[in-house]
Design a protein around this ligand. Structure first.
Ligand code: PEP
Ligand code: MG
Length: 580
């Protein structure tokens, strides 16, 4: 038995067998081929192409029967590429002429096509580069005898172990088969952690080298609440964890009994508790956990899933689906927040030195107005099907905000001129997640209808600590006095301007922070749906007076260590919050 400690990223307990998800891009072998082995090398390539084709056929058949053809389309185009005589001949003659091994030639050829396509002005052709990359990788895997088990293909229940998972891997995995996740990399607010919580999959991240420590098929326990992974547990440990698992489930059921009750303090202040979602299917979890609406729909996952910019019609259908399902509850849809760790190679295809500080979110949208306008048109068209609120991410100052509002207005005018209908009363808000926006929130508040505080990024940028880096997690501290001062400043500035202020960063769903945020005057808490019942229980057990008193005490403290200890003791003793 071996116990590994990491970062508790998604609560709950999972017991299961290990599946190690391999890195997507192993090094490509490079060697010379003897003249008399060239034909065998070409034959190896043909066989790998054939196996890749068979694999795609199977995938396409399965996908079409499940998802009315949308994904089948891109698989079809991948199959066409594998039959493209021009491409196949280039690789084969490359092997003959250079006498290099086929992996090498194939890799160079696909990279050269990818680079050419990625530099074109035509958006459609540019987006094809990701398909070429994907097809090339699929054949490479067959050449290297790597079984390319996509996470969407998992057919038995496993605990997923990986060095790192891209958000696009996580969004595509077969959620019913993944009982738990253990990863070398990642922090509590990395996007993989957020998705694990959204899918209610217990997860421990930041384990540093778990992917090397465990063997495929061995039994592990993932304790996502404590941040512990136990490899090959003994019988006593296993029994103990099975008991804990059943107690955990019992508590969940008890909390669910609060679903139909309002999130109201003992002295009658009503708070809105909403769900954060990444895909439309999560709306059901919102309902089953008593959400008053969607406070954050991370629309970029639609783009990540497609690997490209979805056309206006498919965006419209998705937004409409969520709005209709939630109606009359409000749905806040955040415009595209790509970049940083949410990479779509066909959109952002050159390396950045500092992607987290780089070309992301609203910066990307303002410099690619055709992408932004398409999304805004789809949103406006969908607005007649429910209560839409539009939110811009990563606003750093008033110029960016003004430009985004201008484009929104232009799109509205164009639609009016074309007699296209949209709701007349769509509130527009911003995420406050960059320190410069927090500090100028008095100015920004005059230009919008609401604020939503994105603590995940606000903490990252204020403390200058990468939210996904397991080595610096100890610095990522929501109760840092610098963060608390910014939060009170944003909330007070919003209220002085007469607009409501919510929070959709992970801090909103942290039971330890509930009373503090309540006392600061936060109007809306939006979080992964699973967290709603516990936050509601706490809100229903306190008065505003008590909450404001806590804020008074804490704001006088100087160190986050003291604040953390004080809040933990209070929340444990007085509000029965579990401390792990
Ligand atoms: C945030 O930054 O707090 C937020 C909610 O946005 P994301 O986690 O998607 O960056
Ligand atoms: Mg953010």
């Amino acid at each position: 038995m071996q116990k590994l400690t990491g970062i508790p990223a998604s609560p709950g307990i999972a017991i299961g067998r290990v599946h190690v998800h391999m890195e997507d891009q192993p090094p490509v072998p490079r060697f010379s081929v003897e003249a008399n082995s060239v034909s065998a090398e070409v034959e190896r390539f043909r066989q790998a192409v054939e196996r890749a084709r068979e694999e795609l056929t199977k995938l396409r058949d399965r996908t079409e029967s499940v998802q009315n053809g949308t994904n089948g389309d891109f698989l079809e185009s991948h199959m066409l590429m594998l039959s493209d005589a021009d491409f196949l001949t280039k690789v084969e003659s490359g092997v003959r002429q250079t006498q290099r091994n086929v992996e090498w030639v194939l890799h160079e050829e696909t990279q050269s096509v990818v680079r050419k396509l990625a530099s074109l002005d035509d958006q459609y052709l540019r987006e094809r580069s990701v398909d070429i990359h994907d097809v090339g990788r699929r054949v490479l895997n067959h050449l290297m005898y790597r079984e390319r088990i996509s996470l969407s293909d998992l057919t038995r229940e496993v605990v997923l172990v990986a060095h790192d998972l891209l958000p696009s891997d996580a969004i595509d995995m077969n959620k019913r088969m993944v009982r738990g996740i253990a990863m070398d990399a990642g922090g509590k607010t990395s996007h993989t952690a957020i998705l694990a919580r959204a899918f209610e999959i217990p997860a421990v991240l930041g384990l540093k080298n778990v992917s090397e420590e465990v063997k495929v098929g061995s039994r592990v326990i993932v304790d996502g609440s404590r941040g512990v992974v136990i490899v090959d547990p003994d019988e006593d440990t296993l029994r103990d964890y099975r008991e804990q698992l059943s107690a955990y489930r019992k508590r969940e059921v008890q909390l669910m009994s609060l679903n139909d009750l309002p999130a109201e303090t003992r002295d009658g202040k009503l708070i809105h508790l909403k769900a954060n979602i990444e895909i439309p299917e999560e709306v059901d979890a919102g309902f089953s956990h008593g959400a008053d609406g969607v406070g954050l729909f991370r629309s970029e996952f639609l783009f990540l899933h497609a690997g490209r910019v979805p056309d206006e019609e498919s965006q419209y259908q998705t937004y409409r689906q969520v709005l209709e399902a939630m109606n009359p509850r409000p749905v806040t849809i955040r415009t595209l927040d790509v970049g940083g760790d949410k990479v779509i190679p066909s959109l952002i295809n050159y390396p950045e030195k500092n992607p987290i500080l780089g070309w992301r979110a609203i910066r990307f949208c303002l410099s690619r107005p055709e992408v932004f306008r398409t999304q805004l048109r789809a949103l406006l068209r969908a607005s007649v099907h429910g209560k839409l609120r539009i939110m811009f991410p990563m606003i750093s100052g008033v110029e960016e905000l003004n430009r985004a509002l201008e484009i929104l207005d232009e799109v509205k005018q164009e639609m009016k001129a074309a007699s296209e209908t949209f709701a007349s009363d769509i509130p527009v808000g911003i995420m406050v997640e960059i320190p410069s926006a927090a500090v100028t929130s008095d100015i920004l508040a005059r230009r919008v209808d609401f604020f939503s505080i994105g603590t995940n990024d606000l903490i990252q940028y204020t403390i200058a600590v990468d939210r996904g880096n397991e080595r610096t997690t100890y610095l990522y501290e929501p109760f840092h006095p610098g963060i608390l001062r910014l939060l009170t400043m944003i909330i007070d500035n919003a209220h002085n301007a007469g607009i409501p202020v919510g929070m959709c960063g992970e801090m909103a769903g942290d039971p330890l922070a509930t009373i503090l945020l309540l006392g600061m005057g936060l109007d809306e808490f939006s979080m992964g749906a699973v967290s709603i019942p516990e936050v509601k229980r706490i809100i229903r057990s306190v008065t505003m007076g008590e909450a404001e008193e806590l804020v008074g005490t804490v704001m006088d403290m100087r160190s986050y260590v003291d604040i953390d200890a004080y809040i933990k003791a209070l929340m444990k003793e007085r509000f029965d919050v579990r401390i792990y």
